[in-house]
Design a protein around this ligand. Structure first.
Ligand code: PEP
Length: 247
């Protein structure tokens, strides 16, 4: 299995930000891991043009569950593919919380991604209150069961474990806590999709930085990272790519 360093630019970036992509590709033209950036939808086509013929893949941060129709402001998975995306993040906690997205909707979006021939990055994660009350595994197990697409395979599904309280806070779970969750998720995936589970990348996300990346990547069943803030700067994301390549 090739590991995956995925960056989520969230609602950040304009055409000028593409200079970071040029710098990233200059510094890391041929990493040993897969490298993906998910810019805002407005930058997908331009970033994909820049990435053509390079090791960089380009993804999106969300999609509509339907392939087309009267859905003002929304974008379908097929449209994202047409713009050059190969992956789509679905169920990020900022969408689950800010937009009230349920696991049922996340699953419908993930299935739309797969139907469009793309790879779904399905995000799950507990809140701080859920962790403090000992419910982490129950919460993420339920989210996983209800969010992954039917017909999931190692090729069309990536799972991102992102504790809500670790996103953008500079706080992370301990390495033991990350190990517990990732091993639990591998087992849960085996129950859901059988042998395909061995090849599904399970990413850790939440305050991954150049300074903690190597330690996190040494944890069993951590197959890469979903990186927010640190993916905006080529130097930081490149250092994370290098750490994953060396893991
Ligand atoms: C994220 O939002 O997916 C994320 C992991 O953010 P950050 O790396 O900034 O914590």
């Amino acid at each position: 299995m090739k590991k995956l360093a995925a960056g989520n630019w969230k609602m950040n970036g304009t055409q000028a930000s593409l200079a970071e992509v040029t710098a990233l590709l200059e510094a890391h033209p041929d990493p040993a891991c897969e490298m993906l950036l998910c810019p805002p939808a407005t930058l997908i086509a331009a970033m994909a043009a820049l990435a053509r013929g390079t090791a960089l893949m380009v993804g999106a941060q969300d999609c509509h569950p339907k392939p087309m129709g009267a859905h003002t402001g929304d974008i379908s998975a097929a449209m994202l593919r047409d713009a050059g995306a190969t992956h789509v993040i679905v169920g990020h906690s900022e969408r689950r919380i800010d937009h009230g997205e349920t696991s049922a909707l996340v699953k419908a979006k993930a299935e739309a991604v797969v139907d469009a021939g793309l790879t779904a990055i399905v995000c799950i994660g507990e809140t701080e209150a859920e962790r403090d009350s000992g419910k982490t595994l129950a919460v993420i197990g339920t989210q996983l069961d209800a969010s992954i697409p039917g017909g999931a395979t190692a090729a069309n599904l990536v799972v991102a474990y992102e504790p809500v309280w670790a996103i953008g806070t500079g706080r992370t779970p301990t390495l033991t806590e990350i190990a517990e969750v990732h091993s639990f998720l591998r087992g849960r995936l085996r129950g859901l999709i059988g042998a395909e589970a061995e090849g599904v990348r399970i990413l850790y996300g939440g305050s991954v930085k150049p300074t903690n990346a190597s330690d996190i990547f040494a944890v069993p069943h951590v197959d890469g990272a979903l990186v927010g803030g640190a993916s905006l700067k080529a130097a930081d994301f490149g250092a994370i790519v290098a750490a994953l390549s060396a893991a």
